[in-house]
Design a binder for this molecule. Sequence first.
Ligand code: G6P
Length: 611
Amino acid sequence: MCGIVGYLGNKSAKDVVIKGLKRLEYRGYDSAGISTLQNNKLEITKTQGKVSDLIAEISTGTHTGGLGIGHTRWATHGIPDNKNAHPHSDNSGKFTLVHNGIIENYQSLKQLLSDNGITCKTDTDTEVLVQFMGYLHQKEKLDFIDTVRLALNQVVGAYGIVVLCEDYPDMLIAARLGSPLLLGIGKDEFFVASDSSPIIEYTRNIIFLDEGELAVITQDQYEVRNLSGNEIVTKEIEEIEYNLDEIEKGGYDHFMLKEINEQAYTISEALRGRVNSEESTVTLGGIYDWIQQILDAKHIYITACGTSWHASLIGSYILEELLNIPVKAEYASEFRYRETAVNSDSVVICVSQSGETADTLAAIRKAREQGALTLGIVNVVGSSIARETHCGVYIHAGPEIGVASTKAFTGQVTIFNLIGILLAQKKGCNLEKIKPIIDDLDALPGLVQSVLDQGNEVFPIAEDFMDVENFLYLGRGYQFPVALEGALKLKEISYIHAEGYPAAEMKHGPIALIDDDMPVVFVVTARGYNKIVSNIQEVRARGGKIIIITSEENAELQEYSDHIIQVPDVSHCLQAVLTTIPLQMLAYHMAVLKGCDVDMPRNLAKSVTVE
Ligand code: G6P
């Protein structure tokens, strides 16, 4: 969601900003823009569409100089068009700003501006903010820094912003409340971005801005202050942990395909140094000091959004099975506004690839306020959720660029197994229950690779069904969330309507949809085998097309299916890792055959930093 890049240094700001915006494309956007400041003159170019459209709009000889900001917008207030694209500026043309987030009190600010003769030109909340800065600057005779600070102190909502002012040709101001921003510290140059991907090419040294912080960057220095008290904050310089090639396609047609194929490696990374199969133990440094408190909890909540919520549902089954205490998985957007029973006896686990999802972040803040211990299962190192939870376990899947999450999901399920095993052991669980899972974990990367190696087996299924309008995915137990995830992948990237259901629930509604044209994907494992075979029969009897993903090999399933994909059989707690992969592949091939933009599906964003 909305990408921000800012640059101050000796390079061409236009080049750095445009390249940075291209790196941020994966987050999802519908318009793009750039503003640079040279010879005390601000220049702005913006357009609906892609960064390539923006490049086409930029006339030669413009946007020279070493100070600039850029933005990819994902529309919230106002349709995606040229006028609503960022950067926005005030009516005097002195200030220009890019913004990620939502200004909630924009209506009252707009009224105040209107009462003072200032009319906004666009439908955005962002323009209101920059107009408000222009208004304060003139009315209060403030300098650039105080203008931004005073304006932000009156804003309600969420923002990551970068601002330029025509009167300050070597200054860039960035501030954050609720939307991530980080600074890149180069040699005689500085960067600002909403994630590290536009920065890594130039420097690995970064500073995460924390909530309510404002950074003032000039040619030779930067200073971070808190917005409320205006005190200087000493920030630690941290290092980007991944390499540039991890955010490039590396010969694959799409990031999604690359990321699907990385899963044997990413799972081995999730396990690395954490499992000792000889001694049947698991070590997780990030929760080590909190184990007793977790074990003392009376209940566990798991909260997340999207694909991470599907992993959470599997996680809830794993933890409840291994720990024998109540565990509930809930959408973060529901959890944060519901009256929950969370208190100091609760552990609240948050699962997030990006570590920035607005609802998930709000959910952990609420949980902390209510006295719960919070634990993050997060992929992006140093992200907001990773920093705001008491303890946590990183997924170590590396950057995930494809909007449809794949390797993060299998990593999350793997981590839930590690947490479950560790806690179960500390609780005194019988080794017999744990040992088979540990043994399977050891073998898991190899088993994942074997499923990936047969990836093209799903291609004929994609060919057969690429023109259908509906799909149904059914599973039981651990395979119900897999069905949800399979359906989500398909609808996200191929725009085919797909629903995931617990197989037995089919009778309570979806069965009405089944006719000769309806493909139904069944995810079949040993647990509940006979029951799900009955559900298969029910679909067959009504003429539905049957696609089976299974860890069971037998003639019965062969006979009942139009297509069947076999995956290795592992412990129930881990099986989802293997059954999900063919479903990722199926969605991928369907989307490619239909000519869809796999990595940047319409309307979707990778990192949803607004609610
Ligand atoms: C967006 C993405 C999904 C992701 C969800 C949760 O909707 O498109 O792929 O599952 O956000 O994101 P998170 O980063 O918290 O896992």
